[in-house]
Design a protein around this ligand. Structure first.
Ligand code: FMN
Length: 185
């Protein structure tokens, strides 16, 4: 059975839910998966990448940046990721990924600009929409919420007092299926 390691950085959980959905799609396609939350795992929890036929790496975006631990992971494992780049999928969960007009730019700014300095060209990369939670129950701090409220003023797709879940699950499962085909080829 083929094996894929899915590592992700998340601040508010949307990238975790995307990663879990991708794991489900891969499992449905007879691929064994292991999920690693880079924010809560210890370095020693990260298995050797050599054990895996493919790697999926994702991060949420805040003010243009991956989570600190996801950035650290790329830096530390750059050579191994490079050697597996044909079987590497990189994705982000972000506001711009939910907007078809901004998606290409999101792929460039939030993925290519992060991995290309290490000479890594991922076999697959995608920018998915995220969650911009402006409800009263939002876990966002006051400052973050204010920033999103400002973005909402400029973008009619972001609504105040709404959860603004911009994730398109068909696109996410489609990506998972395509990645499964790549691994099972
Ligand atoms: C303070 C703040 C800043 C953000 N900055 C950006 C940004 O620069 N570009 C973008 O596309 N999305 C931005 N977002 C949207 C997040 O990427 C989105 O909420 C995503 O789902 C976060 O992923 P996570 O839940 O896995 O942490 C921002 C969100 C917050 C709260």
């Amino acid at each position: 059975m083929k094996k894929v390691l899915i590592l992700y950085g998340t601040r508010y959980g949307s990238t975790e839910e995307i990663s879990q959905e991708l794991a489900k799609v891969l499992e449905d396609n007879d691929i064994e998966t292991q999920l690693i939350n880079l924010e809560t795992s210890k370095k020693s929890d990260i298995p050797s990448l050599d054990e895996f036929d493919g790697i999926l790496l994702g991060s949420g975006i805040q003010i243009g940046k991956w989570t600190k631990n996801a950035r650290k992971f790329v830096k530390k494992y750059a050579d191994e990721l490079k050697s597996k780049e044909n079987m590497l999928g990189v994705f982000v969960s972000c506001g711009d990924g939910g907007n078809p007009e901004k998606r290409e730019q999101a792929k460039n700014n939030y993925i290519k600009k992060v991995i290309e300095p290490y000479n890594i060209n991922a076999g697959m990369l995608e920018a998915f929409g995220g969650v911009l939670d402006l409800t009263e129950d939002s876990k966002l701090g006051g400052f973050s919420k204010k920033m999103l409220m400002m973005a909402a003023k400029e973008d009619p797709n972001i609504k105040p007092n709404d959860k603004n879940d911009l994730r398109d699950w068909d696109r996410i499962t489609g990506f998972g299926k395509k990645f499964s085909d790549l691994i099972n080829k």
